[in-house]
Design a protein around this ligand. Structure first.
Ligand code: BDR
Ligand code: CA
Length: 312
């Protein structure tokens, strides 16, 4: 079977790290690059964290390009309370053997996508959409040339997780998200309505902890950290695992039910900044966006566990 070419844009971040392990251990993916953005923690840290996971996974063949350190126009907002000051829970960070690849994340996205056939490169976006918006500004033909853009972001039925109406990734850079949603590229969007159905239960964490290898050990530790902070801050016994949904869908679309829609982002009101207005009254044949309404949580965890089994 032909491998799916993929670029991951992320801000690791505990759940981003799990998404990276999922992709690093998936033989069905041709992972062209990981690009990083400031989000959960500052950009210099998210790039280092991506390189830490890459090294643990034995995937130094995948370049890591550092990207935007701040949103297009607003001040950065972090989520260190959910990810730890260093972005990777209570894992002890280290400086990886290899550094960042030369060049910016936005330019790398343009170069990698435009050098390949139209529609062939998918993008999984796990953080604020700053890098993708910048890439689209650099190359106006990018939106039409991209394959599916699989996004973790937004909230509808569930309400927000950073304000009453907004989810963190969209809230952090609403202007970038608004540009990308309006660009005409094909987008599959995993907002909180879907990711809140993917819970890190005790049994699922234990299944990962039972595996051998440094990657699985790191993943287990990250999930335990998340379990603790979700209990302390939100009061949830089994916290949601957001970002891996973007990769899990590429591996097995049947894990999710998607509804055609048109999504726009609030950029004017401070009260509802970053709200995703998800309009289902669209022509399904021409709609460019799809919104995930259900997720098979066990299926997502099974994919992650299988990937970790393959990694060192
Ligand atoms: C999103 O926000 C970040 O804190 C997580 O990494 C995830 O991408 C969830 O709202
Ligand atoms: Ca993230």
């Amino acid at each position: 079977m032909k491998k799916q070419s993929l670029i991951i844009d992320c801000d690791p971040g505990v759940d981003d790290a799990l998404g990276l392990f999922l992709a690093f251990g998936s033989p069905g993916l041709d992972l062209l690059a990981v690009t990083t953005v400031g989000g959960n923690v500052p950009g210099v840290i998210t790039a280092r964290n991506a390189r830490i996971m890459r090294q643990l996974a034995g995937r130094e063949d995948v370049p890591v390009f550092a990207g935007a350190d701040r949103p297009l126009v607003r001040e950065p907002v972090g989520a260190g309370e959910f990810h730890g000051e260093g972005g990777i829970g209570d894992m002890i960070p280290f400086e990886p053997r290899l550094g960042n690849a030369e060049g910016s994340a936005a330019q790398a996205i343009v170069d990698l996508v435009m050098a390949r056939p139209a529609g062939s490169v998918a993008l999984a976006v796990m953080g604020p959409m700053t890098n993708l918006a910048l890439a689209m500004r650099l190359e106006p033909k990018l939106a039409a040339h991209l394959g599916p853009v699989s996004v973790m972001g937004g909230a509808r039925s569930e309400g927000g997780n950073i304000t009453a109406s907004a989810e963190f990734n969209i809230y952090a850079d609403p202007d970038a998200a608004a540009e990308v949603f309006a660009s005409g590229c094909e987008m599959v969007v995993f907002g909180l309505d879907a990711t809140h159905q993917v819970r890190a239960t005790e049994a699922r964490i234990a299944a990962i902890e039972a595996l051998d290898g440094e990657s699985a050990r790191a993943a287990g530790g990250l999930l335990r950290f998340s379990q603790r902070v979700e209990r302390e801050i939100v009061g949830w016994d089994a916290g949601p695992l957001h970002d891996p949904c973007t990769v899990a869908w590429l591996l097995k679309p049947a894990l999710f039910e998607l509804k055609p829609c048109r999504i726009a982002v609030e950029t004017v009101s401070d009260l509802t900044r970053g709200h995703t207005a998800v309009e289902f009254r669209v022509d399904a044949a021409t709609a460019r966006h799809r919104w995930a309404v259900t997720a098979d949580g066990q299926g997502v965890f099974d994919r992650i566990t299988e990937s970790l089994e393959r990694l060192p």
